[in-house]
Design a protein around this ligand. Structure first.
Ligand code: ADP
Length: 445
């Protein structure tokens, strides 16, 4: 007997062609040889098992690595397929999604040749009802995976493994491998495919979440665009009657000034003022909707030159208000739409000037450089903003002051934010009431 410890692993048959009496020495020797062969067989088996384990763990590790990078279903199943074909003898691999409501499957991924299969195979991307006598219906009924050796029912068929991929314990799909020939797959193959199915399940779930997020953000983008189109059309249409109202009121004020009394004149002046204000509001809405509808060209813009131009345009106002503006030397060139970058600085500088009651205000423009972007800042020593309003001021038509002293529509910062974000930047502020505010925004390099 070939034994290891007390386990019999096989038997050895030793004979002579002539009559022979085995001496006890010979018997001892044969026993020894038997034990040695037993130990060697056991070793070989253990080694094969360890090797299989190592292959299994390595392939799971490799697959895990690949899957963690794959974010769409097809790439992901491609990785599963290439990893499976490294460790499994396969002629065909497929992944079928399962719809429990309709009790149907759809083969969303297939690889391998057209081998003759045991049952009617679903064609790629065609939804078919699961037939009653199929491995998939067996797997669903049993709630586990299925291993077919291809030996059942007399005729020789292909070997096949069918393993459910589950979500919340319910099958959402099936991994299926197949090979021509009988008894190709062992229980170990089945266990390995089950582990692969677990990894696939996690990765599929993640891919689905990712695809959902992408779809949602595309939907939001489309809606925003719709809203911008709507705003554009409505603003445009509102402008026309408004111009008439303003025009006729002005005519009344001018040509009929002797025919109407003071009170009526005052009312008409009010109408003219309100129309002008409404026109500014509509113009801001049009600017804002244009930002969402049209993508303007991007150029290389020298920020230093751009600021110089703005300050030149504002020079009379700056002189009149005794403003001291500081601009650092060596401001960089950036990739931006020049008109829009000008709007950003113009708005921030105008606000710094407007929301300031010092006899001689100071505005400091600055820039710091980070790895991936520049951070520009516009600081003032004005009235400041309470931290509770940091978000509100970026909303359309939100203003903190209603008095005549600070004129405006409340759209400036909304426009600035939209421009900055369109150019993949961020905007925020720091402020102390009574001391001043600093607005920061980033520009990618
Ligand atoms: P507008 O200047 O037309 O009022 P904005 O959108 O530019 O509109 O600004 C919104 C509000 O944020 C302003 O009404 C004001 O209350 C506040 N704000 C903006 N910039 C400053 C600043 N530099 N200092 C103090 N408050 C500011």
């Amino acid at each position: 007997l070939l034994k290891f410890m007390e386990n019999v692993l096989g038997a050895m048959d030793v004979g002579f062609s002539l009559p022979h009496e085995f001496s006890s020495q010979e018997q001892q020797l044969l026993l020894l040889i038997g034990n040695q062969i037993g130990a060697a067989i056991e070793n070989a088996q253990l080694y094969a098992e360890v090797e299989a384990q190592v292959t299994r763990i390595t392939s799971l590790y490799e697959l895990g690595k690949h899957l963690s990078g794959a974010l769409d279903t097809q790439t992901l199943l491609q990785s599963v397929h290439s990893e499976i074909s490294r460790v499994f003898p396969i002629d065909r691999f497929s992944y079928l999604t399962f719809n429990p409501e309709k009790y149907s499957t759809t083969a969303v991924f297939e690889a391998g040749g057209d081998i003759i299969t045991r049952s009617e195979e679903p064609r790629k991307n065609v939804e078919v009802t699961v037939s009653e006598q199929s491995d998939i219906s067996d797997a669903i009924a049993a709630g586990t995976s299925i291993r077919r050796t291809g030996l059942e029912g007399g005729a020789a068929m292909n070997s096949r493994l069918v393993v459910p991929v589950k979500s919340n314990e319910e099958p959402i799909g099936f991994l299926m491998v197949e090979a021509e020939g009988t008894d190709i797959y062992s229980e170990a193959h089945l266990r390995l495919l089950e582990s692969i199915a677990n990894l696939t399940e996690i990765a599929l779930e993640r891919a689905r979440l990712y695809e959902d997020t992408i779809n949602k953000s595309m939907e939001i983008e489309a809606r925003n665009k719709e809203l911008d189109d709507f705003t554009y059309v409505v603003s445009h249409d509102l402008k026309e009657p408004l111009i008439s109202i303003e025009g006729y009121s002005k005519i009344l004020l001018k040509d009929y000034k002797d025919k109407i009394d003071d009170e009526a004149r005052e009312y008409l002046s009010s109408v003219v003022q309100s129309s002008a204000r409404m026109k500014s509001l509509i113009d801001d809405l049009l600017t804002l909707s244009r930002l969402g509808r049209v993508t303007e060209a991007v150029h290389t813009v020298s920020v230093g030159l751009l600021i110089k131009e703005i300050l030149h345009d504002l020079r009379f106002l700056l002189q009149e208000k005794h403003v001291n503006v500081t601009v650092p030397p060596g401001l960089p060139e950036v990739r931006y739409n020049a008109t829009q970058l000008s709007m950003v600085f113009r708005n921030l500088i105008s606000n710094a000037l407007k929301f300031n009651n010092k006899p001689s205000p100071t505005i400091a423009i600055d820039m710091t450089e980070e790895d991936t972007h520049y951070v520009f800042s516009v600081a003032d020593d004005g009235i400041g903003i309470d931290a509770q309003y940091y978000e509100k001021i970026f909303m359309i038509f939100q203003r903190l002051q209603r008095n005549e002293e600070y004129r405006g529509t409340g759209a400036g910062l909304t426009i600035v934010k939209k421009i900055v974000e369109k150019h993949h930047g961020r905007i925020w502020l720091d402020s102390t009431v009574g001391k001043g505010s600093t607005f920061y925004f980033t520009v990618p390099k």
